[in-house]
Design a protein around this ligand. Structure first.
Ligand code: HEC
Length: 212
């Protein structure tokens, strides 16, 4: 409680909170422009659709987080990430499209990668090491007999993310305690700014196409 009052009073901390507005941000600080298409025939309309959904997930998460940080501080923001992140993902998921965030080191096991995502996460981690990570990736695939577009956008750790994903020794003890309570299997700590964190992943089922 003492913490909350302090946070709302200090202008410096308010600034910090504003910086944290990007806390659940899923946008990578655009490494290389342009899509890295892993298959030659990615259809433009579907690619645009996947981009829009990936944008929407990022901006909704950010808007909700900003409001919560102002009202409730970082502890409240953990709750937002805990509940709203899943809720917002669900809102952008239906029979046709699945939108989620995933990582090789997840906080919430619900976000664990599927085999395709795991393979691409490994490849992107290597590309990041080499300083060659693309801003986005798209591939047309056949999965279980249906045509799907897989669209991925890398997420990189920025300074404000360290509040909840940094060195456990540096994370505010009450924030760390809340995270450990909510996520006993948490593996998403120990990051530094600039580290590759994961991806926004969109899986879009292609309708029976006219040329089909
Ligand atoms: C206020 C604490 C907080 C901050 C700050 C924060 N996160 Fe998280 N993050 C969480 C929580 C809690 C989850 C688990 C959400 C869920 O249950 O899906 C999470 C999950 C994620 C996931 C989904 C994969 C996983 O591990 O389950 C990604 C990716 C992610 N965060 C990236 C970031 C990035 C990038 C930043 C900075 C721009 C950031 N986070 C800042 C608390 C935070």
């Amino acid at each position: 409680m003492r913490k909350k009052t302090m946070l709302t009073r200090s202008p410096l901390l308010v600034l910090l909170l504003l910086a944290l507005a990007s806390a659940c941000d899923t946008e990578a600080p655009a490494p290389e422009p342009g899509v890295d298409t892993l298959s030659p025939q990615v259809p433009e309309a579907e690619l645009e659709r996947a981009r829009e959904v990936a944008d929407a997930l990022g901006s909704e998460l950010q808007a909700t987080l900003l409001a919560t940080l102002q009202d409730d501080g970082p502890l409240g923001a953990v709750e937002v990430c805990a509940v709203e992140a899943q809720e917002i993902s669900r809102r952008h998921t239906d029979d046709e499209i699945v939108t989620r965030r995933t990582s090789l080191l997840t906080r919430n096991p619900v976000n664990d990668p599927d085999p395709y995502e795991a393979e691409r996460l490994e490849a992107l981690a290597d590309a990041h090491e080499r300083g060659e990570m693309p801003a986005e990736e798209a591939e047309l695939r056949t999965e279980n007999g249906e045509q799907v577009l897989r669209y991925l956008r890398p997420i990189v750790i920025a300074e404000p993310c360290l509040t909840c994903h940094g060195d456990p020794g540096q994370i505010d003890p009450s924030v760390l305690e809340l995270i450990r309570d909510e996520y006993p299997e948490d593996r998403a700590v120990g990051y530094d700014a600039g580290d590759f964190r994961g991806i926004v992943s969109v899986r879009l089922r292609l309708n029976d196409r006219e040329d089909h």
